[in-house]
Design a protein around this ligand. Structure first.
Ligand SMILES: Cc1cc2nc3c(=O)[nH]c(=O)nc-3n(C[C@H](O)[C@H](O)[C@H](O)COP(=O)(O)OP(=O)(O)OC[C@H]3O[C@@H](n4cnc5c(N)ncnc54)[C@H](O)[C@@H]3O)c2cc1C
Ligand code: SF4
Ligand code: SF4
Length: 436
């Protein structure tokens, strides 16, 4: 801590996924002020795009939505969405942070989220929130429960026709809005920037990008989601037909030294099994097979969920690595050989749809932030914690904590636990003057 400098009891949380939201709420509920900086136009992170969650199959949005409003309403939380940290200087108890607030061209203090502007907007672009399977307007919210409930103009695609401005009764559209830098004083920083997914194109033999019916698990999540691009209808992208034989391929970009990802991603087995169950829920007559290397169902209720997938939902599990996937030019069905390593048999199989389950990787901005903050990263690229046993949330920089997937893959319950733990650690540091 710098001698004689004004101490700040504020906390900066960077990343508004489920881990960052939990950290912000738990710090705020102890009476401290929190700035929650989120790069996207809305908080919520990856969970906002999921359909159901393992192992309970609870609706993801139903769990997340009340938390989103709790964060938005909390008097001690100041939300800075569509914003990015530009620099951090100082030390525990006395950090000065510069945050870039990108121009939304819509005034947060005026927009009611009515959506009149989007209905009028003539420009449609592929919707990143729907994994580019649906469309959104050039003025948009990421998803119906976006928080804050404020529209954003996508300057790259907006043609400045100003129809939105004419229709907005609240005068919220502001084309003169500029990016601005705000300076914050905080005592502790919590990093919760989550993860990115492995780019499955790195396995050309699996055909993603060439074969229309080879999709990723995130695309599957959006296809089965009632608020998604097909309103929850699970269809083949080649012809809109119902898939009758669906295969899931696990460990795509996980536990593969040759691809530079020796680590296990921890969540893919379970989200793969969850989605296989969901496929059977959608189409009880469909044949659903999971191709796996090992099933790692280590969490509470996970093994039981795996057993239930086999016994109650009739999902078939085959241990083996999948070979090259070939597309039948007439039917767009997918054929490949796979060795069932338990029986030693070589199987020649055909599916109507293949879902690739990619591994988790360090977030896109992790290197940039680590360099800016002088943080060590571990061999797998995530933020290195000071001591896995004694200080699992602390980085090498005193006063900078880490939680959620920023220091390694975690499921939602573990991310929430880490968010709460980081909040506790942050307030201990603040209340003890940095001694602990
Ligand atoms: C297909 C799939 C299905 C899944 N299903 C389940 C499931 O059923 N159950 C389960 O428990 N887990 C599931 N998971 C895992 C789940 O997504 C994670 O556990 C959870 O999202 C981790 O939360 P997080 O807050 O750490 O990260 P994220 O959800 O990734 O949130 C990180 C946030 O930080 C923001 N951010 C990134 N960079 C910056 C920056 N530079 N500045 C500011 N903000 C930034 C991002 O925009 C994002 O909002 C699934 C994962 C996948 C891929
Ligand atoms: S910008 Fe105006 S029209 Fe658009 S959602 Fe906000 S208040 Fe409604
Ligand atoms: S000005 Fe841009 S955002 Fe507004 S209606 Fe026209 S294209 Fe859409």
């Amino acid at each position: 801590m710098s001698n004689g400098a004004a101490r700040s009891n504020n906390v900066l949380v960077v990343g508004g996924g489920v881990a960052g939201m939990q950290a912000a709420l738990d710090v705020a509920n102890q009476g401290y002020k929190v700035y929650l900086v989120e790069k996207a136009p809305s908080i919520g992170g990856r969970m906002a795009a999921l359909d159901k969650t393992f192992p309970t199959l609870d609706c993801s949005a139903c769990i997340l939505t009340p938390r989103l409003s709790e964060v938005a309403r909390h008097p001690n939380i100041e939300l800075l969405t569509y914003s990015e940290v530009q620099s951090v200087e100082g030390s525990l108890g006395d950090f000065t942070v510069r945050v870039l607030r990108k121009a939304r061209y819509v005034r947060e203090d005026r927009c009611s989220g009515c959506g009149d502007c989007a209905r009028e907007c003539p420009v449609e672009v592929p919707n990143e929130f729907d994994e580019f399977l649906g469309f959104r307007k050039a003025i948009y919210v990421m998803f119906p429960q976006s928080t804050p409930n404020v529209y954003t103009i996508d300057a790259e695609h907006c043609i400045r026709c100003k129809r939105c401005e004419r229709v907005c009764e609240r005068g919220a559209i502001d084309f003169d809005m500029q990016d601005e830098i705000v300076e914050l004083k905080v005592g502790v920083v919590v990093l919760s920037i989550g993860y990115k997914l492995f780019d499955v194109r790195q396995y050309p033999r699996l055909g993603y990008g060439h074969h229309r019916n080879v999709i990723t698990a995130m695309e599957f999540e959006r296809l089965i989601n009632a608020a998604g691009p097909t309103k929850g209808h699970l269809i083949r992208l080649s012809d809109g037909r119902m898939p009758k034989r669906i295969g899931f391929i696990q460990c795509v970009g996980a536990r593969d030294v040759k691809k530079g990802v020796p680590n296990c991603s921890r969540v893919c087995c379970m989200y793969g099994i969850k989605n296989a169950v969901m496929a059977r829920e959608h189409y009880p007559d469909a044949e659903v097979t999971v191709y796996y290397a090992d099933i790692r169902a280590f969490g509470k209720g996970f093994e039981e969920f795996y057993e239930m997938a086999k016994t109650r939902f009739g999902v078939k599990f085959i241990k083996g690595r999948v070979g090259e996937i070939v597309e039948d030019p007439e039917t767009a069905n997918l054929q490949f050989y796979v060795e069932d390593t338990l029986s030693g048999e070589i199987l020649d199989v055909e599916h109507d749809m293949i879902v690739l389950c990619p591994g988790l990787q360090p977030a896109e901005d992790l290197d940039k932030l680590a360099e800016m903050l002088g943080l060590d990263t571990s061999t797998d690229g995530y933020i290195e914690t000071r001591d896995a046993f004694a200080a699992p949330l602390e980085t090498n920089h005193p006063g900078i904590l880490v939680c959620g997937c920023a220091d390694g893959p975690k499921d939602i319950p573990d991310s929430v636990t880490a968010g709460s733990a980081a909040a506790m650690k942050a307030t201990i540091l603040l209340s003890s003057g940095g001694a602990k």
